[in-house]
Design a protein around this ligand. Structure first.
Ligand code: C2O
Ligand code: CU
Ligand code: CU
Length: 494
């Protein structure tokens, strides 16, 4: 009861605003401790009577970012796009219109749905000015979790996601019914970065920035700069985090507080895991609980410096440094940044952490093993090609043929001579990480995106379930995907 009320409160404050409110935040951020606006939760579109039905439009949208005006790309004029919410077994109908000046489409990242027809089919193309109705049904046993949607038209993915096109897709279920989770105050946190020119356009990356993976210096949370996250002393805050940036990594830490991990990409883990910091690669999600067990005060949610490798390429933050940047450290951020501020407000009787969240099934031994090497090589001219097993993406070629109702183990080997991080992502079927460099994972979790650092070998186990058809796996540094680091998997009937 209590948690529903809190949720409505957040929803109401968001509902009162039309679209994107960013300008009033810039002062608060530069002045430090003065009040920032409360984190907005944006519009939510819920399923009703088993149907989630909506119109969705991708368009250019003028917004205020800090002290600047910018023309970004948005779903239904909102940044991030509306949050879609459904339950296992629901049918989803999205009447999509492309009002961009280039082709696009939609992908439902993390959902276990069919890759065929007008569903999670990234081979579809919606030309400028045209419409397409997406329709799919969530399996009745679909796990609860934090998923998301974004464009997936090969060659335009990084550009369109960097423009702002991303939205949450949540599935409610068992995890939401755990009493301690239910009692927690829920806050969705969508992390995006932008690079805006003085003319208010999205900066076009040069070839070097594309090879590193484009990043922008302006980081916003649910479309806001350094918003405030209220927390009652004694209370619990459930942060549902999404890295919706095309290339930027977020290494999150909350001053004075541990983060208690309760869910990963694919939903609940078995028991909470206490973390002092959390690394989110592009595409990854995590849910953490924060206990209001400190002195009432303000605590910053920090983004700590992170080096994502790439000695030759230099870092993402080298814009304007010219070729000198090539020798620099490959680092997402030069300095620690403040993303949001947790502010104690009021107090409640102490809410405990949950003990048990769910069960993560133990997968059987694989029937088949494969090895996928991540690499890059010189392409035409000065360009680089990003490769899986020596090949660049070809939508017509089948790279992997898998059988429905089997379990496979994939050995992901990063042999990139530049030792860049490559977050690996698979559509349709979530997987479990078995080991990293031969070391078993400390706990079991369902993932759809896993970081494979330079020189690392990560073994994942994938059960191919429910759906046949052709889909993809790729690096979720979206420039790498657009530059060829993607393969096809065709799931054939058993
Ligand atoms: Cu989030 Cu194939 O992508
Ligand atoms: Cu995806
Ligand atoms: Cu990559």
């Amino acid at each position: 009861m209590r948690s529903i009320k809190r949720r409505e409160f957040l929803g109401l404050s968001a509902g009162a605003t039309t679209a994107i409110l960013l300008s009033q935040c810039s002062k608060a951020q530069t002045q430090g401790s003065t009040a920032s606006p409360t984190l907005l939760q944006g519009r939510v579109i819920n399923s009703q009577g088993g149907l989630l039905s909506l119109d969705l439009e991708a368009n250019v949208q003028a917004v205020s970012l800090g002290d600047r005006r910018a023309n970004l790309l948005a779903f239904n004029g909102q940044l991030p796009g509306p949050r879609l919410e459904a339950k296992p077994g629901d049918t989803v109908q999205i009447r999509f219109t492309n009002r961009l000046n280039q082709p696009t489409n939609l992908h439902y990242h993390g959902l276990h749905i069919t890759p065929q027809g007008n569903a999670d089919n990234v081979f579809l193309s919606v030309p400028p000015g045209e419409r397409l109705t997406y329709e799919f049904t969530l399996p009745a046993d679909h796990p609860a979790g934090t998923f998301w949607y974004h464009p997936h038209h090969h060659g335009h993915v990084a550009e369109q996601v960097f423009g702002g096109l991303a939205g949450l897709f949540t599935v409610r279920g068992e995890l939401d019914e755990v009493p301690e989770i239910k009692a927690a105050q829920e806050a969705f946190v969508v992390l995006q970065d932008f690079d805006i020119t003085s003319a208010g356009a999205i900066a076009a990356p040069d070839m070097m920035a594309r090879m590193v993976g484009r990043e922008g210096p302006l980081i916003i949370v649910n479309g806001q700069l350094n918003p405030e996250l209220p927390l009652a002393q004694g209370g619990l805050l459930r942060l549902r985090l999404l890295n919706a940036s095309p290339s930027r990594f977020y290494r999150l830490q909350l001053e004075g507080h541990s983060l208690h991990l309760v869910a990963t990409d694919g939903g609940a883990i078995a028991t909470p895991v206490e973390l002092s910091e959390l690394l989110l690669a592009p595409g990854e999600r995590a849910e953490v609980l924060v206990q209001g067990n400190r002195e009432p005060n303000q605590y910053r949610l920090l983004n700590l410096p992170y080096d994502r490798g790439g000695m030759m390429m230099g870092g993402g933050g080298m814009g304007g440094m010219g070729m000198g940047g090539m020798m620099g450290q490959g680092s997402s951020v030069a300095a620690t940044q403040t993303l949001a501020t947790v502010t104690y407000r009021g107090s409640v009787a102490v809410l405990p952490l949950p003990q048990q969240l769910g069960t993560v099934e133990l997968l059987p031994n694989p029937t088949l093993s494969r090895r996928i090497e991540f690499n890059m090589a010189m392409g035409p001219g000065m360009s680089m090609a990003f490769l899986f097993n020596g090949k660049t993406f070809d939508a017509q070629r089948i790279d992997i043929a898998s059988k429905l109702n089997t379990v496979e183990e994939w050995e992901l080997v990063n042999v990139d001579p530049d030792r860049m991080d490559h977050p690996f992502h698979l559509h349709v079927n979530p997987f479990q990480v078995i080991s990293r460099n031969g070391q078993p994972e400390p706990y079991q979790a369902w993932k759809d995106t896993v970081l494979v650092k330079g020189n690392e070998t990560v073994r994942i186990r994938i059960p191919f379930r429910t759906f046949t058809g052709k889909t993809v796996y790729h690096c979720h540094i979206l420039d790498h995907e657009d530059l060829g680091m993607m393969g096809t998997v065709n799931i054939q009937p058993a």
